[in-house]
Design a protein around this ligand. Structure first.
Ligand code: NAD
Ligand code: ZN
Length: 363
């Protein structure tokens, strides 16, 4: 399956398929990745173990000069000090203005390597090879960043890739919990944009969780498509793009309060989406928004309740510090029916607190 992210001059294709990496050499050449300058492949320790050798040997066979740099797996690698290490590797490998950085991995590697590509010599080319389901989200839209100890994703840029190669065979080595967490963002893409796709997701929950290749390809295709439509209409995040934050206000707060080590991002936004659905009911939208949202997430084995040991005050404080907040009321992405959301700027903090409390009792 092939899909174009439509951004005028910065448009780029996403190839999705089982075994697509077998054609990596041809696809690179087809999309203008030259053989005269070295490539730098950035990956992490888990992905390197399973998939790096294959990518390197295919690129070398196709006539590319490659150097690889493997960072430790985990969010900690999205830091300025690791960025400096990757740039050192780029300099040692002799990367020049015509070189390309290849991100082989999940969102961590994509964000880090993408920011290297955005900043090295004021910007060089970049290819994404996503190896997680969550990365269907992070590989579309061109946001790249590293973290600062005081704030996530605060040092970054917009830098679009030349090309995205999504080989669904690489997902077979992904831990089950990461699979489900990634599917949570896919469900989000259904809930904000398309009722039919959302119904398809629910019907195919078992297939998706067990990595049925056909279902996975369709789900990733549609998820990327929704993200790309939203991003094409609002590349630099002035308005519409906010709808991608469904479930993220509560979700980010839960991640922050639990110290970023208890809940995966997709798990936190799963709980957040149930919260948004509860707020929707409170705002007078139909009850089934809540029952359907919860039923789908549970069909995927995703969590729907706030861990009881997380302090409600701490969660509320974390939300106040989040940027989606103005003048005593909170800006919330609220589902108005399945497949549709609104940006609501008048959600009272008191209602949110009530919902957080209720989410601790959720079963
Ligand atoms: P990740 O990159 O850390 O991957 C999750 C885990 O799975 C890691 O331990 C990794 O080593 C392992 N892994 C990855 N692929 C594997 C494979 N095929 N086989 C075995 N193990 C594998 O996390 P993620 O969930 O992919 O991405 C999260 C990051 O993405 C966060 O930093 C988040 O901020 C970022 N993000 C960015 C955007 C964006 O628009 N740029 C959007 C959403 C999320
Ligand atoms: Zn997210």
């Amino acid at each position: 399956k092939e899909l174009t992210v439509d951004l005028g001059e910065r448009s780029y294709p996403i190839y999705i398929g089982e075994g697509i990496l077998q054609q990596i050499g041809e696809l690179f050449a087809k999309h203008g990745i030259g053989k005269g300058s070295p490539l730098l492949i950035v990956t992490d320790s888990h992905v390197a173990e399973h998939h790096l050798g294959d990518v390197v040997s295919r690129l070398e066979e196709a006539g590319y000069t490659t150097t690889s740099y493997t960072v430790s797996a985990g969010e900690k690698s999205k830091s300025l000090s690791v960025l400096e290490d990757v740039v050192s590797a780029a300099l040692q490998a002799g990367l020049d203005r015509k070189s390309t950085v290849v991100a082989l991995g999940g969102g961590v590697v994509g964000d880090l390597a993408g920011f290297v590509a955005a900043s090295y010599m004021r910007g060089i080319r970049f290819v994404q090879i996503p190896t997680t389901i969550l990365a269907h989200d992070s590989s579309v839209g061109g946001k790249v960043a590293v973290n600062h100890p005081l704030a996530k994703n605060i040092i970054g840029a917009f830098h679009q890739p030349e090309l995205v190669l999504y080989d669904t065979a690489t997902l077979r080595t992904l831990p089950d919990r990461e699979v489900k967490a990634g599917l949570s963002e896919m469900i989000k893409h259904g809930l904000i944009w398309d009722a039919e796709f959302t119904a398809w997701l629910e019907e195919n929950a078992q297939k998706l969780v067990s990595l049925d290749q056909e279902a996975l390809q369709y789900g990733l295709y549609f998820g990327c498509k929704v993200k790309s439509i939203v991003v094409s209409q609002d590349e630099k995040e002035n308005g519409l793009r906010a709808i991608l934050n469904l479930g993220h206000t509560i979700g980010h707060a839960l991640e922050a309060v639990s110290g970023y080590n208890k809940l995966l991002h997709g798990e936190a936004i799963s709980i957040g989406m149930v919260g948004a659905a509860k707020l929707a009911i409170r705002l007078g939208h139909p009850e089934h928004i809540y029952t359907v949202t919860k039923r789908i997430l549970q069909a995927f084995g995703l969590p729907v309740s706030v861990p009881a040991d997380l302090d409600t005050d701490a969660i509320m404080n974390a939300m106040m510090h989040d940027k989606k907040f103005s003048e005593g009321n909170m800006i919330y992405i609220i589902p108005t029916e399945i497949g549709k959301v609104e940006i609501n700027k008048n959600v009272s903090a008191a209602w949110v607190r009530e919902v957080v409390e209720q989410l601790k009792q959720e079963v």
